[in-house]
Every structure is written in C-alpha cells, then in structure tokens.
Design a protein around this ligand. Sequence first.
Ligand SMILES: [Zn+2]
Ligand SMILES: [Zn+2]
Length: 131
Amino acid sequence: MPTKILDDYAKKMRDAENESHEGKRKAESLWPIMRISHARSRYIYELYYKREAISKELYDWLLKQEYADPALIAKWKKTGYEKLCCIRCIQSRDMNYQGSTCICRVPKAQVRTGTVVECVHCGCRGCSSDS
Ligand SMILES: [Zn+2]
Ligand SMILES: [Zn+2]
C-alpha cells in the first residue's frame, strides 16, 4: 500500500481546510475539500475493486480510518452512478433545484446549451455515466 499517496492526500486536505474562504460563496469554499475526499475515495475504491491491489482487511481498515467514503463507494458499484461526484447530489432533501436531479447528474446530451453545469455541493462539472 503506497502510504505516501495517502499522506499527500492528507496534506492537500489540510491545505484546503486552511485556505482563506474570503470572497467565496459558502458552499464553494468546501469544494476543494470535497474534491480531495472524492479523489481519495476513488483511489482506494480502484485499488480494491478495479486493480485488486489491496486486501479486504486493508480496505476495511482504510474505510474505518475515514480515508474513503463507504456511502459513495457503494454508489459507484451501481449502474448509472459509476462517476457520482458526491453523495449529497442524490440526497433528495437538498434537491430544491432542477427538479429532483442535480444538474451535474444530467447527461450532457440533455443539458440545454448555455446551462452552467456545476454541482452546488462540490463544484462537479458533470458526472453522469452517459457523458
Ligand atoms: Zn456531480
Ligand atoms: Zn456533487
């Protein structure tokens, strides 16, 4: 297990947390943190499920240490959610815009030209499996 990579993620996370939030919208200041935690979950997910490079024990340990988000990983295993950016995108209580789907979940072909695709939760620019 390349722990160096986990250390790098931890460092990036600290930097993002310490960054000044001045001039940013409230949600926006969380985007860098959301992106890093997404990338780290993705990394661990791929190590275990795609590359089979780590043992089940290690994988479970990593989840327990909160290096990866088990809720998000559970979604990635489902068809249509392979690229889901963040769990909040599919939590209905936050869905008071664009009907019931976060704009970033809408397939590119269905997004009207000129529409800004940007997840309010994490800044995702589109994570539909069809695009
Ligand atoms: Zn998204
Ligand atoms: Zn999102």
